[in-house]
Design a protein around this ligand. Structure first.
Ligand code: SF4
Ligand code: SF4
Ligand code: SF4
Length: 292
């Protein structure tokens, strides 16, 4: 599996678990859609990270800084696969499209406006603080529905031993935008350490404006992330000639919550099961069962 692919639905049991999660999430989804797709969650501001691929030198200091802040193991080589103890890395895209040299790409949580991980979580363990999507590990039951639902293939369940406070056994983990550190007045470790000004942190409006400023100064650049999945909380700048969707690095964009668009036939199946469940719930309500 390449790093760009959504995690596979590996067997029938997993499929049914994910289908059940989606079915459970549909009533929540209806409520969340009403609130708006780019909600910031708790707080009111929406924070974001800017990643400028054209400025990035691929040093992976961000990868090391993230691990250092959490006390995760730092191995000799950069780990080019997300894991419960590896929440960010940078690698060259496998192909460059119209470019001779493939650009660097940051791989981590996108802090989506429409966070599908959050929508499918049956115990509301995935939450947003000022737009930063985090997993409340005290609530997480390790069902891994978020692992299945994320279009970017980001969360990973820790099936191994606990690793410090930030990666207990049996729960799903991913970049949380360093929200707890931001609450203390710090900035994300990855941004703090970047030597090339390829990363910035601030409100989403500020990050979009900064991206637009950089693009206006260099017409060979363009912006990714403005609208995908409710607008991403990581705004990317890429060189023109490279399209991460066309090159298969990132998934097809969807408009709002449309798993059938981003998850293909599997999602169609999930949507069908979820739809059946929803129909069943509607019928039960019509029969006067279940109450509110
Ligand atoms: S620290 Fe900055 S320059 Fe180095 S890989 Fe990360 S984003 Fe790129
Ligand atoms: S990238 Fe995946 S894990 Fe991150 S907020 Fe979006 S859906 Fe959730
Ligand atoms: S925001 Fe924090 S947790 Fe996320 S990649 Fe950067 S350093 Fe790691």
């Amino acid at each position: 599996m390449t790093e760009r692919e959504s995690p596979p639905i590996t067997n029938r049991r997993t499929f049914l678990k994910a289908a059940a999660a989606l079915a459970a999430a549909l009533p929540l989804l209806k409520a969340k859609e009403v609130k708006g797709s780019t909600s910031s969650g708790e707080g009111g501001v929406r924070y974001s990270i800017l990643y400028d691929s054209a400025a990035c030198i691929g040093c992976n200091a961000c990868h090391v800084a993230c691990k250092t802040r959490r006390g995760f193991p730092i191995r000799g080589m950069v780990e080019r696969e997300l894991s419960p103890v590896n929440w960010v890395f940078v690698s060259r895209a496998p192909s460059g499209g119209q470019l001779q040299t493939p650009p660097f790409v940051r791989h981590s949580c996108m802090h989506c406006g429409d966070a599908m991980c959050q929508l499918v979580c049956p115990v509301e363990a995935i939450r947003k603080w000022n737009g930063l999507v985090y997993i409340d590990q005290s609530r997480c039951i390790g069902c891994a529905y978020c692992v299945e639902a994320c279009p970017y293939g980001v969360p990973r369940k820790n099936e191994g031993p606990s690793w410090g406070d930030w990666a207990p056994h049996g729960v799903s983990r991913k970049c949380d935008g360093c929200y707890a550190f931001v609450q203390e007045g710090k900035i994300p470790a990855c941004v703090e350490v970047c030597p090339a000004d390829a990363l910035r942190f601030g409100t989403r409006d500020e990050m979009v404006a900064e991206a637009q400023r950089r693009v206006s100064e260099n017409p060979n650049l363009w912006i990714y992330g403005l609208n995908e999945f409710g607008g991403l909380g990581v705004i990317y700048i890429f060189p023109k000639g490279f399209d991460p969707v066309r090159e298969g690095v990132f998934p097809e964009p969807s408009e709002g919550y449309r798993p059938s668009v981003s998850r293909g036939p599997i999602a169609l199946g999930l949507a069908a099961v979820g739809g059946l469940a929803l129909m069943g719930a509607v019928k039960a309500k019509a029969r006067g069962e279940g109450g509110e």
